[in-house]
Write a new protein. Structure first.
Length: 725
């Protein structure tokens, strides 16, 4: 016996000596696998006794509680027999159509997901219902290889312990459905005010889509329309997989859903839901709702309540103009802090879809987008004195009808300089500036300033500068913040501090002492000129008069309005170095307002009230930075933008003072009258190829950057039709 034992040991030793180069790494890998994967692996038996969660609380900047995301886990377990078959089928159709056919993982599902993600560029999950149950109830939401390996191991163990029906029952009872609703019974009570066993097809399919992203898809969230879209996707899948016929699908899509009224124990609801969405993206659904987090935000609740009241009061005055809603956003551009976010005049008013957060919605900005185009023009060498000919004009539009922009007032102004064109928001000069810049240049500038929605350059054309592309108020506020920050972009930081359930600081934002710590978009000189124009009451007098709601006493405040051509959106954005205030009025259903709503009668009065309050409250009479060193001032001709000839020169041009970026100031003297060929019939400049009916005259001629020549001293009857450049 001893000989045999000795022989066995010797054999093992020889084997180890011979193959140690393979055995050693294998032992190391086994050890790593144990300590990294198996050592702390939870038991699937815990699926019936999940860890008790703790509430996450959201506070304003002064530590006033805004909302408790989770107060008590609202969860009532029900047997599978009490859950409607439609809800079971909808969940399987949506999450795992071969649930009863495969084991813990679905190889074909993983292959389909990889193909969809890598080839079709459409993100698609490949996890089975069993895997999702394990991830939601036993593991974290982190996206790592280690977590995925644990998920697969536990999924196989779960399938050994429980039947398929039991796994489906556990999934339906433990999945998050938004807010404090965990499981289908709590979800049915929360959203429809009834037991889960009483849900019909339409209600069941809406609930079945929520676990994919409970915060974003919640019908009580910031974008309730997404819940309906997801319901229709689920119904389509149920029809494709044979659970329901086409008529059942169509009837369920058409059926109105009657939701239970959400409780109103929440302050600044649009902002709170926006913050919750950010927390979910960073910490996962469970971490955000049950992690016991204490979240200090940048919101000023007192300012929020003032803004809410101002929006509600002023919108009520616009009822006769078919305006039902308004929204406002206040930020500190130098720090990126959001001080107030009012997504609608009343979050709880279902008749106007008040729970939709308009500050995050995609809408057209009208002329409010123009300063970005003009800033790009300054980068490309235009100046605030650049001449722009304003008369009817059409631009070629390959494959489509010519683009013939018109001015908001329906008039033509002959010539205007860059300053007045921007200040008074004249459309045709803005389109000419975009033609000079190029659409892609404007899109690139907008992107650098925080606007990421201009993703299809070929789609917009020259109408982009008049608001032809969709944006969000949040992004527009970011862009105006760049002007306020002397050309630097500071990203938004609505969350100042997050601590965990033990009081440990997870993240904290320390605001920069100067905007120059941000990302430089363009020079302070460009920001100075745009801001100087937008705060020049004289530059906007042509369009708005001397005493509009865009003027706040004698204070220097930059401001720009925007109204879409179809009167569906009306905006005002204004700023100082300390605040950016954006305001919108309109209708959530996108119906047009009355045509008397304009840049100074819709959003502007609300903006004026809010900005006046901010400046008075904080005693900010003048907080603008010093004029940059590379800005120079010059006396120029108010007609041509060139240097004026000496005093006493015949027909000397009228003059004005203008700012220039050093190196772009005019060096050419205005030539005065020039010998040009005039068409005797029109008394205007002859066409380039004209040979007859000509007369040589001495006239005052100006030419804009697109080469459009204009006879300033010629008689100009009202043009009958546009010309082509």
């Amino acid at each position: 016996m001893k000989k045999t034992h000795f022989y066995f040991i010797a054999t093992v030793k020889r084997f180890v000596r011979k193959y140690w180069i393979v055995i050693l790494p294998l032992f190391i890998l086994v050890g790593i696998f144990y300590f990294v994967i198996l050592k702390d692996l939870p038991s699937p038996t815990r699926l019936n006794s999940a860890e008790l969660p703790q509430s996450t609380q959201i506070f304003d900047r002064n530590d006033t509680l805004l909302f408790t995301i989770y107060t008590q886990r609202n969860q009532t377990l029900v047997p599978l027999s009490d859950i409607p078959v439609f809800l079971q089928q909808a969940t399987i159709a949506k999450e795992d159509k071969d649930f009863y056919k495969h084991g813990a993982i679905d190889i074909r599902g993983i292959v389909r997901a990889l193909y969809s993600t890598l080839v079709q560029k459409k993100l698609q999950g490949g996890s089975t219902i069993t895997q999702q149950l394990v991830k939601n109830s036993l593991l974290s939401q982190e996206r790592t290889i280690t977590r995925k390996v644990k998920e697969i191991i536990l999924s196989f163990a779960t399938e050994l312990l429980y039947s398929k029906n039991k796994i489906l029952e556990l999934y339906l009872n433990q999945s998050p459905y938004g807010g404090t609703a965990w499981g289908v019974e709590a979800a049915a009570q929360t959203y429809f005010g009834k037991s889960v066993k009483n849900l019909d097809l339409a209600e069941s399919t809406l609930l079945s889509g929520l676990p994919e992203s409970p915060t974003i898809l919640s019908p009580f969230g910031a974008r309730p329309e997404l819940a309906k879209q997801k319901q229709e996707e689920v119904l389509q899948k149920m029809h494709e997989q044979g659970y329901i016929d086409k008529k059942q699908m169509e009837d369920a899509i058409k059926q109105p859903l009657k939701f239970q009224k959400v409780s109103d124990n929440i302050k600044a609801p649009h902002f709170v839901l926006y913050i919750k969405e950010l927390l979910v993206k960073k910490y996962g659904q469970r971490g955000a709702e049950q992690g016991g987090l204490k979240v200090k935000t940048s919101l000023d609740l007192a300012l929020q309540e003032f803004t809410e009241a101002s929006v509600a009061a002023e919108v009520s005055k616009l009822k006769n103009q078919k305006v039902s809603n308004g929204a406002a956003l206040i930020t500190n551009p130098a720090t990126g802090e959001i001080l107030s976010m009012v997504g609608s005049r009343d979050y709880f008013d279902s008749e106007i879809d008040g729970n939709v957060n308009v500050t995050l919605a995609y809408r057209q900005p009208g002329s409010a987008i123009k300063p970005i185009n003009y800033a790009a023009g300054l980068v490309k060498g235009l100046t605030a004195a650049t001449i722009l000919v304003d008369r009817p004009i059409c631009f070629p539009n390959p494959g489509q009808k010519e683009y013939c922009p018109v001015n908001y007032d329906g008039k033509w102004h002959g010539i205007v300089q860059f300053r007045e064109a921007l200040g008074s928001s004249i459309n045709i000069p803005a389109v000419k500036v975009l033609k000079y810049n190029g659409v892609e240049t404007m899109i690139a500038t907008a992107s650098a300033m925080g606007i990421t929605t201009f993703t299809k350059p070929d789609r917009y054309g020259l109408s982009l500068t008049l608001g032809g592309g969709e944006v969000t108020m949040l992004q527009m506020t970011s862009a105006y913040g760049v002007f306020a920050n002397q050309g630097y972009l500071i990203p938004f930081h609505p969350i100042l501090k997050v601590t965990d359930r033990e009081g440990n600081v997870i993240e904290e934002y320390i605001p920069p002492k100067s905007p120059i710590f941000g990302k430089k978009v363009f020079s302070p000189e460009i920001s100075f000129i745009i801001s100087q124009i937008l705060s020049d009451n004289g530059a906007r007098e042509l369009a708005f008069g001397p005493n509009s709601k865009l003027k706040i006493g004698n204070l220097t405040v930059a401001v720009k309005t925007g109204t879409t051509n179809d009167f569906r959106d009306n905006w005002t954005f204004g700023y100082t170095p300390s605040y950016v205030v954006g305001v919108w009025v309109g209708n959530n259903d996108n119906s047009p307002m009355g045509n008397l709503v304009s840049g100074v009668t819709g959003a502007a009065p609300i903006w004026n009230i809010i900005m006046s309050h901010l400046l008075e409250k904080n005693k900010l009479s003048s907080a603008w930075p010093e004029r940059p060193n590379d800005i120079v001032g010059k006396i120029v001709c108010a007609t041509s933008g060139l240097l004026p000839p000496p005093e006493g020169t015949p027909d000397r041009c009228p003059t004005r003072y203008e700012y220039f970026i050093k190196g772009t100031e005019p060096i050419k003297v205005d030539p005065g009258r020039q010998e040009v060929w005039i068409d005797k019939a029109t008394n205007d400049l002859a066409k380039p190829d004209q040979k007859d009916n000509l007369e040589l005259k001495s006239e005052i001629i100006v030419t804009d950057p697109l080469g459009d020549r204009y006879c300033l001293s010629c008689p100009h009857p009202e043009p009958e039709k546009p010309t082509s450049p």
